[in-house]
Design a protein around this ligand. Sequence first.
Ligand code: UT7
Length: 326
Amino acid sequence: MVRARIVGTGAYVPERVITNYDLEKMVSTSDEWIVTRTGIRERRVVFPDQATSDLAVEASRRALEAAGVGAADLDLIIVATLTPDMWVPSTACVLQAKLGAKKAWGFDLNAACSGFVYGLWVVDQFIRAGGARRVLLVGAEVLSKIVDWEDRNTCVLFADGAGAVVIVPEDGERGLLGARMRSDGEGWRMVYMPGGGTAIPPSHESLDGRYHYLKMNGNELFKVAVRAMEEVARVVLADCGIRAEELDLFVPHQANLRIIQATAKRLNIPDEKIYVNIDRYGNTSAASVPLALDEAHRQALVRPGDLVLMDAFGGGLTWGAALVRW
Ligand code: UT7
């Protein structure tokens, strides 16, 4: 049976570090509040001249190198992002040009924080249908440019980064074993950016009204996220006939340490099998799962044959889980 297998991972975060102590000087917050409520200690933020594709290209080069695949051999590029470089063209096309991936075609995928996990499922469809053989899937975000740095509800959480994987078809037991995606549009107001699109195009009024910044009802999201991530993970495990105890690594979206721990607890996954890096990077939305996956892989926490469960939740609402045999 042909499966979509990840054969290389890469990640990149901007050099500039913003600590909780830096944030104490900007909004009414404290290191103690941020650490106990979210698990975040510091995050990475781009310089003004850096855009999402600049982070994506570095992560992609590292993933291609790890996979031993040349950019010229890629036939599909998908960039999961809610912070594209611009409206038109897609960041996937900008990335294609930067990489020199002349034979590829590509597009952006917006499923907010679930974008990378959605992307795995999309890539799997192309691979199994024979429509793609060398795929670059990237999750990349520059959330610092759509965060309201005067809003303590959001500016302490979101940050910038990128992660990438190279995926190829392979016959056998390794690769994507199963995945399920969900969305619930009724909840779209829980996290959204009202301005800049066709609903509220840019205007002096939209700028004055701060419509070009993320708005979030964190408390409501928190409750839904834990239930949703647990449910979808259970269904994927059942689909694949795998028990949670058999998992080698759980790589959840890094939205909040308490969400990660509560979800893992409900799934009976012990702490030592959870990969956590939210303390260093905050919530990087679509970049968070591939960034965590790359770190875990480079630390040899993922070995051939290991069962790795990825699980994400985000704006839309969207959520999904994917189980891989490495
Ligand atoms: O990536 C996917 C989308 N996003 C998420 O999944 C986010 C999910 N939600 C969360 O992570 C948490 O709900 C937050 C971290 C956003 C908030 O934590 P919480 O424990 O749900 O706090 P809360 O919103 O219930 O607020 C508790 C208190 C409030 O004060 P009062 O009303 O009790 O006096 C807030 O005003 O904490 C206050 N507060 C803060 N205090 C210091 C809110 N933000 C801050 C802050 N610093 N940054």
